[in-house]
Design a binder for this molecule. Structure first.
Ligand code: ATP
Length: 251
């Protein structure tokens, strides 16, 4: 179980990126973390991973603090930006990461390579990979490790349709023993995959609960409408409506 308690982060420029954030994520669950640009999602992920320090609050996985080795073994991360060592082949990079975690041979790895049809691309340099291939390598590595919780930022960006379908199935299968914090702007996928959702707006958790609870609460048909309700003011909604309804090629 991941516990995030009363987390606050103010950057040096005085921007309060996260205010008193509380949530927990239990085993076998997927929690969706969504919000507009600049709402604090990346800051939350970095705080959980311990790559930045908060002003207050605590983060625990089971009883482990996020600066402990146990935490780092149990909590994995797939970032959105794909900064990989371009001068290595896919195989060399996989081997390097697994060696950091002292994993010599992994049956899961072989299965994942086949699943994503990457066997023919492992011996070419990463600089020759497409965006989707880099994403697949990141996913293959993350699911090969012994992580119990995976924090995944925009997992589907750049993936082709087959890989998206596979990845959704993989997430569901992973939750038989682990849990996922899923950060995405794609609210349809978040609604489809998540057991619960947190919506951030200007660093505050403005909506929290299951998709059904949120749709009922805000009397909406889907999460996109809930998002429009909680993260966009009436004035902005009106402005968008005006621009769209009066939009023409001559405008
Ligand atoms: N290193 C930093 N120094 C100062 N301010 C920062 C820094 N990183 C983020 N911020 C600010 O903190 C706020 C939250 O940013 P954050 O990157 O967490 O948002 P986000 O929800 O991940 O956005 P996006 O959807 O665009 O990735 C924003 O106002 C941003 O400008």
């Amino acid at each position: 179980m991941l516990y995030v308690d009363n987390l606050t982060k103010t950057y040096n420029n005085k921007i309060v990126a996260i205010k008193n954030l509380n949530f927990s994520l239990g085993k076998n669950k997927i929690l969706g973390l969504v919000g507009p640009n600049g709402s604090g999602k990346t800051t939350t992920i970095n705080l959980i991973l311990g790559t930045i320090k908060g002003n207050s609050g605590s983060i625990l996985y089971e009883n482990y603090k996020n600066d402990s080795l146990e935490f780092k073994k149990k909590v994995g991360y797939i970032p959105d930006d794909l900064i990989l060592p371009e001068s290595l082949t896919g195989r060399e990079y996989i081997k390097f990461i697994l060696s950091i975690y002292s994993i010599k041979k992994s049956d899961k790895l072989d299965k994942l390579i086949k699943l994503y049809n990457m066997q023919d691309f492992l011996d070419i340099l990463i600089k020759e990979y497409s965006h989707g291939m880099k994403k697949k390598i990141q996913i293959i590595i993350a699911f090969s490790l012994e992580s119990e919780l995976l924090i995944i930022d925009e997992p589907f960006r750049g993936l082709d349709i087959e890989s998206m379908i596979i990845t959704k199935q993989l997430f569901k299968s992973f939750t038989e023993y682990g849990s996922i914090l899923l950060c995405s702007h794609d609210l349809h996928l978040v609604e489809e995959l998540s057991d619960e959702v947190i919506m951030l707006y200007q660093g505050n958790a403005v909506a929290k609960g299951t998709s059904d609870f949120l749709k009922n609460k805000f009397k909406c048909d889907d999460l996109e409408q809930v998002f429009m309700n909680v993260s966009i003011g009436e004035e902005r909604k009106h402005e968008i409506g005006e621009i769209i309804s009066n939009f023409s090629h001559n405008a």
